[in-house]
Design a binder for this molecule. Structure first.
Ligand code: MG
Length: 369
């Protein structure tokens, strides 16, 4: 089987509410999504999506995905889509780095491979477990009661896991964390995500001030060096998210004990082909995992849910349903949907969802053999 055509769509996905990341320093209200359709000479079609969480979250932006695909198109066309490591190598040779631009191509290849094998992505990735995955909400930063109000709206949707964004003024952060923990329900878990916004000193002050609460903090510093330094002077468990990009990053975190949790975002690490190695690395080192998209539609959520559902329950902390934060749906009624706070895939071959092409508008690029 050969990839014969790549069709690229751009679509704006408006958010239900404006979103403030880490102490209000970053605000956005629309996501720039790229959808990719791969066609093959055997008539099997695969879909991929790349939707960065704004362009200020990590080094990724929508136009970069489209430019990357334009650069890589010649190397992708003609590839056997089921030879996932070969496609990965071809993309890495043709365009070093730019992992987020490769993730939608990788996703579409997995979709084709799964359909050809009549297996779900979860089964292709090692085996679908029956249990669905708890969805973590993404709670925009603000005053303590504002944040508790957002958590309540997600409780009403069945959510039991929340990722509350902190960072900024450290006295307010301590107050936010104590307030949310005081009001946390017994069966709930809240991850406190600083999104790189603390200095080493600030992280140390906040994390040591709330050390009695048994919480976990995500990405307390900018880099892995910062996190290593913060690890030395704090005891609060750490999740690494933005600084977990390559397999080498994962190996360093695991070997040096820099964090107890991986925030595994499929687009950031370059797709499922690379994400599955990070999953295995985490499992081999007693590290628990959140598996998420960086953002996007039900397609991105479904890809994350497929990988999440291969992670043993003891290690699986949650996933995300970015779709619940958007006003547009590109595949109504299909793909994974929130059911009592969980996303569950059921073994449909391939990714298990394709968009309505009519909802994507006209293609912005079309590459053929
Ligand atoms: Mg995070």
């Amino acid at each position: 089987m050969k990839i014969t055509r790549i069709t690229v769509y751009q679509k704006d996905l408006p958010q239900r509410d404006p979103y403030w990341l880490s102490g209000g320093r970053l605000r956005f209200d629309v996501l720039d999504a790229t959808f990719v359709k791969l066609e093959t000479d055997l008539g099997i079609t695969g879909w991929g999506e790349g939707t960065p969480w704004g362009h200020t979250y990590v080094p990724a932006h929508g136009p970069g995905i489209r430019a990357g695909i334009e650069t890589m198109a010649k190397a992708i066309l003609g590839q056997e889509p089921r030879a996932l490591d070969h496609v990965e190598r071809a993309m890495d040779l043709c365009l070093p780095g730019h992992l987020y631009a490769k993730a939608p191509i990788d996703m579409a290849c997995w979709d084709i491979a799964g359909q050809a094998a009549n297996l779900s992505l979860a089964d292709m990735l090692g085996g679908l477990s029956e249990e669905g995955t708890w969805i973590a909400s993404s709670v925009s930063s603000g005053e303590p009661d504002y944040m508790l109000g957002i958590i309540q709206t997600y409780r009403d949707l069945g959510y039991k896991v929340h990722s509350a964004k902190v960072g900024g003024d450290i006295d307010r952060d301590i107050a936010r964390i104590r307030h949310l923990e005081r009001n946390r329900l017994p069966d709930e878990r809240i991850l406190y995500d600083a999104n790189r916004s603390w200095t080493r000193r600030e992280a140390s002050i906040v994390m040591n001030a709330v050390a009695d609460l048994g919480i976990t903090v995500e990405q307390p510093g900018e880099t892995l060096d910062d996190i290593a330094a913060i690890r030395e002077i704090t005891t609060t468990p750490i999740s690494v998210d933005e600084s977990l990009v390559t397999l080498q990053d994962g190996a360093r975190i695991a070997r040096d004990g820099l964090a107890e949790v991986f925030g595994l975002k499929i687009n950031r690490v370059g797709g499922l082909t690379k994400a599955r190695r990070l999953r295995d690395l985490a499992l081999a080192h007693g590290i628990q995992i959140y598996v998420m998209a960086t953002g996007g539609s039900v397609l991105a959520d479904t890809e994350a849910a497929q990988l999440a559902q291969t992670v043993p329950l003891a290690f699986r902390l949650g996933t995300w349903a970015c779709q619940d934060m958007l006003t547009e749906d590109v595949a109504p009624g299909r793909g994974v949907r929130n059911t009592n706070g969980k996303l569950t895939v059921y073994g449909t071959p391939g990714l298990g969802v394709a968009p309505d092409e009519g909802r994507l508008g006209e293609p912005i690029a079309d590459y053929r053999i």
